[in-house]
Design a binder for this molecule. Sequence first.
Ligand code: 5AD
Ligand code: SF4
Length: 366
Amino acid sequence: MKIPELTPRMMRDWLLEEDSARLEQLWYMANFVRERKVGQDVFLRGLIEFSNRCARNCTYCGLRAANGDIARYSLSERDMIGCVGVALELGIGTLVMQSGEGVALETEQLLRFFRFVRHEKKMALTLSVGELSDVEFLAFREAGVNRYLLRFETSNKALYNHIHPAKKNCVEGNQKNGNHTDSDRIRMLRKLRELNFEVGSGVMVGIPGQTVDDLVNDLLLFRELDLDMVGIGPYMPHPETPLALEFEDHKSSYVCSNRELLTYKMIALTRIILPDANIPSTTALATLNREHGRVLGLQRGANILMPNITPQEYRSEYSIYPEKAGTSMGPDDSYAAAVSAIAQAGRTVGAGKGDSLRYLARKGNH
Ligand code: 5AD
Ligand code: SF4
């Protein structure tokens, strides 16, 4: 089968397509490319939400500094080492360490933990702690962190600025990078590439005010940045955040009201334009459609799942949006849910680290 080169016009037409028989063609193409380029394996990443502290005030996220309704926590080093043991027992070769931004990092302690994971346990290590300075990126790279996730959230600059208040409006002590603007993140993503990270980014689908043309531009930016990993999830309104009020005004718009279907379309189109990238079927998708979201993501282009291995007692406090899938589970159940979704999708659990083939191809190792 010959997969057509997708023009922006074709991307737009697919995003607007509502005929389910025609959409079968899109799912078929994405699944075909996925199978041919990254095969049947679904790789598992053990997600550790190691701190819910955050200095920022993104208007969509429940962890924003202004939300006083959650108990803030940071895992101890001992807890984190416990998570490593859990991951290894489950046969998971990659950890994804995620937290809020700016106030969660005891850098020296983290660097020690990262060296332990990489050099003693020989696992792959992904960090997702928001915007950092070049010096910090370098220090983490030197400690062995080999992958970094930083979603640009939307390529529409005005919308980006609208949902990301300037840093000067955020809590004290986190003003070192100046204003929180989109160009920062694009520059940082290029810097991460320069530092030889596997680079991941992504967007939310269904942000109030987002348009189909914005989504086309998101796809073009994925391609321009030549990403190794792309995470795409639906926007989920959180009642304790300002953006939830705006959602009320926009919820019948095409993008907001179709955000589950648009998320599948974005995953499928991303697979077609970046055939060998790693693309997760995201937790937000599994939250919006509890029964089928995870599996449909895998069947429409995704090849990664990120079972949560954070100790259960902390999970309800990592509430970036309400009723996040997996909140009432422990690591074993989250792992079992992932394995079950992989079986339902007719696929196999990948062994090993599951490096991005895109990254390896760029390095000339593949
Ligand atoms: N709905 C969906 N995704 C969200 N994120 C944060 N808040 C929400 C929300 N309300 C996503 C962002 C961020 C990642 C950590 O979680 O894309 O990059
Ligand atoms: Fe903090 Fe990230 Fe949430 Fe923004 S999206 S408030 S940086 S945790």
